[in-house]
Design a protein around this ligand. Structure first.
Ligand SMILES: Cc1cc2nc3c(=O)[nH]c(=O)nc-3n(C[C@H](O)[C@H](O)[C@H](O)COP(=O)(O)OP(=O)(O)OC[C@H]3O[C@@H](n4cnc5c(N)ncnc54)[C@H](O)[C@@H]3O)c2cc1C
Length: 1011
C-alpha cells in the first residue's frame, strides 16, 4: 500500500505537470503589475510604499494630487534600484495630465485582476466565461467594516439584489460534474458580517446576533426559495466567535433547521480552529441537516500578529507557516471523516494542501463530486484548470465592487502574492522545485518559536527588563494585556463581577491614615450615574482634623520610608500590580457602576493602573542607583535622587483607578509619603485602590487615603506647610488655583512646593483631503463619543478641509446616529451616562450655547429615561472664536470646523489655550511630517484615535493650559517627585588614585541595609 506522502507527491506532481502544460505567469496580466510585484518581493521598503500608494490612489481626484503623492512616496532618492519608478516619477512631473490617468488606469487594472466586476452585470459576464471552463462561482460584495447602520442597510440590499440577479441569469445552468449536484447549488453568495452591522462588539455577541439575524433572515429565506447557497465568510479573530455563534443560532431556527445550503469558514491558522470545527460538527450532527465548511488558512495573519503585538496579548494564530499548513491537513481529515454531516470545500492555492486533500479523500473512499476546491478570482488560473482537468469540482471566489471599497481586499491579495511565506511566490516567482513544495509540513515545523518576533525576523532581545542601558523605557517593560472580551469566559467573568459588585452596593469605606482605618460621622454616598437612585457605596468624609492627622502620619512615615532601599519600594508596586491583576474584573465592575464606564474602557483603566505600577517600579530601579557624572582620576562624583517629602495626590473621576494609582505609585516608589484624595465622584474606586496597597503591604503612613470635599481638605492640604509636592489631575479651574496657591511660601515651610498639574484639553483632529474615510470616521467617532467624551484626551474639534467636508459629514452623522447608547452595565455600549447632575446640566448648557452660536447638525433622539444621559451631539458651522470651539465641555459634544487648507487647519488647531492631544488623518507623507512637526499638543496621533494612551508607549500629558509639561507613564515622570543631589569625594591619597570609578554604585543609604 502506498503511503499517504507518496500519494500526495504523485498527485502534486500531476498537478504541476498540468500547470506547466499551460504556462501562464502567476499574475495573469503582464507588464505593470508583474514588474511592481517583482520589485516588491525584493525590497520591503518599496513594498510598503507601493501598498500605501495603491491604497490612497482611488481616493485621489485630481491629476496633480496623484503626482504629488507619487513623488512623496517614491522620490526620496532611495529608489535608485528602481528605474521603473524613478522614470515614472520624472515623466509624471513633466506631463501630469497624461501620467496621472495612466497611473490610475494601471492600478485599476491591477485591482481588476482580483475583482470580477464592478456590478452584477459585469460579474455575470465573467461567470459565464468560467462556466465554459467548468468553474463555478461564489460572489462576494467588496467592502467591509461599515461605519453606520445606513451603510449596513445598503450592503444588505446589495446582497439581496445580487442574489436575485444571479439566480435569474443562471436559471438554466447545470452542475459541471452532474453528480451530487444537490450539495452544491449553482448560485453561491459569500457574506461578511462586518458589512451588515456597524456596532459589532466582541463583548456583546447577543446584540450582534440579534441585529445580524434581522438582516440575514430575509436573505437566507430568499436564497432558500431560489435554491441558492449562502456562505458566512470569516474575518478577523475578534469577530470569529460571533460569526460561529450567529451561524449556529440562525441555522437552528425552525425555518432554517432543515436547510442544507449554508456554509461557514474555518481558518486553519487559528490555534482555536480544531476545537471550533469539532464543535461545529457536533452542532451539525445534533441539528440533523448537513452544512458546508470552507477550510482556508486565513487571510489576516499580518493583521492578527500586529494587533496582538500592540495589545500585549498572545497571537491567536500559529507563528510558523508549516504549522498552519499542517493544521490545514489535520482539519482536512476531520472534515472528510465527518462527510455525512459536513460538505467540505478547500480554499487554497497551495498544491501540497490540495494534493493532500485529494489523497485523504481517496484513502477514505470519498467521491470527488462530494467536495470542492475553491480558489480566488485572478489567482492561480493554471491550478484551477489542472483541477478541472483531473475531474474535481472547482469554484472561484469572485469579488464584485468598485475599487475604493475594495482596497482592503486588494491589499490582502498583494500581501499574499508577495509574502515570503506564500506558496504562489515560491512556485511561480521563485521556481522552488516541486519536490520541495510537496514536503510534509509537519517535518518543517521548528521545535519552538518564542514569540512573533522570531517568525518575522525581529529580535525581541531588547524587550527584557533592564536589557541594556540604551534600551528605551517603553521597550524594556511589557504592558499588561487587555482583557479580551472576545472570549465567553471573559464575558462571563465580567457579568459575574457585575453581579457581585451589585451585591455589595451600599458598603461603607473608611479613611486610612497611618495604617489605621478611620471613620467619621459623615458618610458620602456615591451613586450610579446610569441609575442615580442606586447607591454604589459610601465613603467616609474627612475634615480638616483628619487632614492634619494624615499629614502628621505621612511626615512621620517619610523619615523611615525615604531610607528604604528602592528595590523594596519597587517590589511593593509590583505586588500591588499583581493584586490589581487578580481583582481586575471586580475593580472594572465597580468602575462601570460608579462612573459609568463601558466594559472595555473600565478594563483599560485597570490595565493602566497595573502598567503604572510595573513601569514606575522599573523606572525607580533605573533612577535609584547613583550614577557617575564623569570619569576623572582621583575624584568620584555621583548624581542621585532624594524624595521630596509629603506628596498630596488629587485625582479625577474619569480614570478613577489608573490616575489615582499612577500618581500615588509614583510618589510612593520614589520614597515620598503620600496622601491620596480620590475624586468625590469615585470614592469607592479610590477606597478599593487603598485596599490593594494595604494588601500589598504598604507601611503605615506611607500611603494615606482621605476622601472628602476638595474645597475643604483639598484646599487645606495644598496650603499646608508640611506638604512638599502636589500631584493634581483635573480641571483647569482647580489646577490653576492650586498652581497659584502652592506658589505662596507659608511660615515654617521647608521646601518650595512642586506642583504636577495635568488639566484639560480642547483637542482637535484635522482631516486631510486624502484621508482614509473609513478610518477617519471610525476613530473620530470613538475619540469624540467613547466614554461619553469624558476623557481629557477626547476629540472635541473636528477640522475638515472644505474639499473633503461633504464626504466626511455624509458618513459622520449616520455613524453617530448608529452608536449604542445605554447603561454600560450591558456589554457593547459605547455611550453611557455622564458623571453626575452638575456635569449633566453644564453640558446641556453648552449645547444650548452651541445652538445659538452654530448649527446643530445632529443630536441623538433616544436616550435612556433615567440617569445622566446626554445625547451625542454634533455642531457644524463652528468658528474658532465661538465658546463651543474654545472651552472644554467634557461630554459627548463635537464641533466641526471647516477650513480652506492645511495652513488654516493648523492655525485653528493651535489656536486654543490648550495643548493636550491632537490628531491628523492623511496619507500624504509630506503633510504628515508637517503636522508631526507643527501641531501644538503634548500627544500627537496620526491616523488613529486621539485617546487611549498606553503607559511606556505614549507618555501622556500636555502643555499650555493643559498642564505643566510632565508625562505620566514616561521615563521623566518620576523625576518630578525627586530632588537631585550630587556627592563628590576626593579618592586620591598622596597622589595615588584608583584607575576607574564604577559607572554606578549602590544607593547612599545609612545605616547600610544588611545584605
Ligand atoms: C475561495 C477562497 C475563499 C477564502 N475565504 C476566506 C475567508 O473567508 N476568510 C479568510 O480569512 N480567508 C479566506 N481565504 C483566504 C485564504 O485564507 C488565503 O488565500 C490563504 O490563506 C492562502 O493560503 P494558501 O493555502 O492558498 O497559500 P499558502 O501560501 O500555502 O498559505 C499562506 C497562508 O499561510 C498562513 N501563514 C503565512 N505566514 C504564516 C506564519 N508565519 N505562521 C503561520 N501561518 C502563516 C496565512 O494564513 C497565509 O495566508 C479564502 C481563500 C480562498 C481561495
Amino acid at each position: 500500500m502506498r503511503s499517504l506522502q507518496s500519494d500526495v507527491e504523485q498527485r502534486g506532481t500531476r498537478i504541476f505537470e498540468l500547470v506547466d502544460k499551460h504556462p501562464e505567469r502567476l499574475f495573469s496580466k503582464a507588464g505593470f503589475y508583474q514588474r511592481l510585484m517583482a520589485l516588491s518581493m525584493h525590497d520591503e521598503r518599496f513594498k510598503t510604499q507601493l501598498f500605501r500608494f495603491v491604497a490612497v490612489l482611488p481616493s485621489l481626484r485630481r491629476s496633480s494630487e496623484i503626482i504629488q503623492h507619487l513623488e512623496e512616496y517614491f522620490s526620496d532618492g532611495n529608489d535608485v534600484f528602481s528605474p521603473l519608478v524613478g522614470t515614472g516619477v520624472r515623466v509624471a512631473r513633466l506631463v501630469p495630465w497624461i501620467s496621472a490617468p495612466v497611473l490610475r488606469w494601471n492600478v485599476s487594472e491591477m485591482a481588476r485582476q482580483f475583482i470580477a466586476g464592478r456590478n452584477p452585470h459585469e460579474v455575470i459576464a465573467t461567470l459565464r466565461k468560467r462556466r465554459a471552463q467548468k468553474i463555478g462561482f461564489t460572489v462576494d460584495v467588496l467592502g467591509e467594516a461599515v461605519v453606520s447602520e445606513a451603510e449596513a442597510d445598503e450592503y444588505a440590499a446589495l446582497y439581496g439584489d445580487l442574489l436575485e440577479k444571479l439566480a435569474r441569469e443562471t436559471r438554466d445552468w447545470t452542475d459541471p460534474l452532474g453528480k451530487n449536484a444537490e450539495l452544491f447549488p449553482v448560485v453561491n453568495l459569500s457574506v461578511k458580517i462586518s458589512a451588515l452591522y456597524s456596532q459589532l462588539s466582541p463583548a456583546a455577541p447577543a446584540d450582534a446576533i440579534a441585529h445580524l439575524s434581522t438582516k440575514l433572515r430575509p436573505l437566507l429565506r430568499r436564497a432558500r426559495e431560489l435554491g441558492a447557497f449562502i456562505n458566512f465568510d470569516m474575518e478577523s479573530y475578534a469577530l470569529k466567535n460571533t460569526t460561529l455563534e450567529l451561524f449556529k443560532t440562525i441555522l437552528t431556527e425552525p425555518e432554517f433547521k432543515d436547510w442544507p445550503h449554508a456554509g461557514i469558514v474555518i481558518q486553519a491558522y487559528l490555534r482555536d480552529s480544531e476545537g471550533d470545527l469539532r464543535d461545529l460538527i457536533e452542532w451539525g450532527r445534533a441539528r440533523g441537516t448537513p452544512f458546508a465548511v470552507r477550510l482556508v488558512k486565513g487571510a489576516y495573519w499580518d493583521y492578527e500578529t500586529t494587533k496582538s503585538g500592540q495589545n500585549g496579548s498572545n497571537p491567536p494564530v500559529f507563528l510558523q507557516k508549516p504549522e498552519s499548513d499542517a493544521n490545514f491537513e489535520k482539519l482536512t481529515r476531520v472534515l472528510f471523516e465527518n462527510n455525512s454531516v459536513v460538505t467540505p470545500a478547500f480554499g487554497s492555492h497551495n498544491v501540497r494542501s490540495i494534493a493532500h486533500a485529494q489523497a485523504v479523500a481517496d484513502e477514505l473512499g470519498i467521491d470527488p463530486s462530494r467536495f470542492e476546491f475553491q480558489l480566488l478570482y485572478g489567482m492561480a488560473g493554471p491550478i484551477k484548470r489542472a483541477l478541472v482537468e483531473m475531474g474535481y469540482r472547482v469554484r472561484e471566489y469572485c469579488p464584485i465592487g468598485e475599487l475604493l471599497p475594495g482596497m482592503a481586499y486588494l491589499v490582502r491579495r498583494l500581501l499574499e502574492n508577495t509574502s515570503n511565506e506564500g506558496f504562489l511566490r515560491a512556485k511561480f516567482a521563485e521556481n522552488v522545485p516541486a519536490k520541495e513544495l510537496l514536503r510534509d509540513p509537519k517535518e518543517l515545523i521548528k521545535p519552538a518559536v518564542a514569540g512573533i518576533g522570531d517568525s518575522r525576523g525581529h529580535s525581541r532581545s531588547n524587550q527584557k527588563n533592564g536589557a541594556s542601558l540604551h534600551t528605551t523605557a517603553g521597550d524594556s517593560f511589557r504592558n499588561a494585556p487587555l482583557v479580551s472580551f472576545i472570549y465567553k469566559d471573559s464575558q462571563d467573568k465580567m457579568q459575574s463581577a457585575l453581579r457581585e459588585a451589585r451585591k455589595r452596593f451600599g458598603e461603607k469605606h473608611p479613611l486610612y491614615i497611618g495604617g489605621e482605618k478611620i471613620w467619621t460621622d459623615n458618610l458620602t454616598p456615591s451613586v450610579n450615574p446610569a441609575e442615580p437612585t442606586e447607591i454604589v457605596g459610601y465613603g467616609t468624609e474627612a475634615g480638616v482634623d483628619e487632614a492634619e492627622r494624615a499629614v502628621k502620619a505621612a511626615r512621620a512615615a517619610f523619615e523611615k520610608w525615604r531610607w528604604t532601599p528602592f528595590e523594596e519600594r519597587a517590589q511593593l508596586l509590583e505586588r500591588a500590580a499583581d493584586i490589581l491583576g487578580r481583582r481586575r474584573y471586580e475593580l472594572s465592575a465597580v468602575e462601570v457602576f460608579e462612573v459609568g464606564k463601558p466594559w472595555s474602557e473600565a478594563d483599560g483603566d485597570i490595565r493602566e493602573a497595573i502598567d503604572f505600577c510595573t513601569f514606575y517600579a522599573q523606572q525607580m530601579r533605573r533612577l535609584g542607583r547613583p550614577k557617575l557624572t564623569q570619569q576623572v582620576p582621583g575624584e568620584e562624583s555621583y548624581h542621585h535622587y532624594w524624595p521630596r517629602g509629603v506628596a498630596f495626590v488629587i485625582a479625577p473621576w474619569n480614570f478613577p483607578v489608573a490616575i489615582l494609582c499612577g500618581m500615588a505609585a509614583a510618589g510612593v516608589v520614589t520614597g515620598n509619603a503620600v496622601i491620596m484624595k480620590p475624586s468625590e465622584q469615585s470614592i469607592i474606586c479610590g477606597a478599593m485602590l487603598m485596599q490593594v496597597f494595604e494588601e500589598a503591604g504598604v507601611p503605615p503612613g506611607v500611603l494615606n487615603f482621605l476622601s472628602g470635599h476638595g474645597s475643604v481638605i483639598g484646599a487645606h492640604l495644598v496650603d499646608h506647610k508640611d506638604v512638599d509636592l502636589i500631584a493634581f489631575t483635573g480641571s483647569r479651574e482647580v489646577g490653576l488655583k492650586i498652581w497659584e496657591s502652592a506658589g505662596i511660601t507659608r511660615p515654617g515651610q521647608r521646601e518650595l512646593k512642586r506642583v504636577i498639574c495635568e488639566m484639560g484639553g480642547k483637542n482637535a483632529m484635522i482631516v486631510d483631503a486624502d484621508a482614509d474615510l473609513d478610518e477617519t470616521i471610525m476613530y473620530s467617532i470613538y475619540s469624540a463619543f467613547g466614554f461619553q467624551g469624558q476623557k481629557c484626551s477626547a476629540l472635541s474639534r473636528l477640522i475638515l478641509l472644505e474639499e473633503n467636508y461633504d464626504r466626511v459629514m455624509e458618513r459622520l452623522i449616520p455613524a453617530a446616529a448608529s452608536l449604542r447608547i445605554g447603561n454600560p452595565e450591558q456589554p457593547g455600549i459605547m455611550v453611557g451616562p455622564v458623571i453626575d447632575e452638575p456635569a449633566y446640566r453644564r453640558i446641556l448648557e453648552y449645547i444650548e450655547i452651541g445652538k445659538k452660536e452654530a448649527t446643530l447638525a445632529y443630536q441623538a433622539k433616544e436616550v435612556p429615561p433615567h440617569g445622566y444621559f446626554i445625547p451625542p451631539t454634533i455642531f457644524t458651522d463652528v468658528k474658532p472664536n465661538m465658546r463651543i470651539a474654545r472651552e472644554e465641555i467634557f461630554g459627548p459634544v463635537l464641533s466641526v470646523l471647516k477650513v480652506r487648507d492645511l495652513d488654516e487647519a493648523l492655525e485653528v488647531a493651535n489656536g486654543t489655550d490648550y495643548a493636550l492631544t491632537g490628531g491628523f488623518f492623511s496619507r500624504s507623507p509630506d503633510n504628515i511630517e508637517r503636522i508631526k512637526a507643527r501641531l501644538e499638543a503634548g500627544n500627537v496621533y496620526i491616523n488613529r484615535s486621539c485617546t487611549g494612551a498606553i503607559v511606556g508607549r505614549h507618555p501622556f500629558g500636555g502643555f499650555k493650559m493643559s498642564g505643566s509639561g510632565t508625562k505620566a507613564g514616561g521615563e521623566d515622570y518620576l523625576l518630578q517627585f525627586l530632588v537631585p543631589r550630587v556627592v563628590t569625594e576626593n579618592t586620591s591619597r598622596h597622589g595615588f588614585a584608583p584607575e576607574q570609578s564604577p559607572e554606578y554604585r549602590d544607593e547612599f543609604l545609612w545605616p547600610k541595609p544588611r545584605q
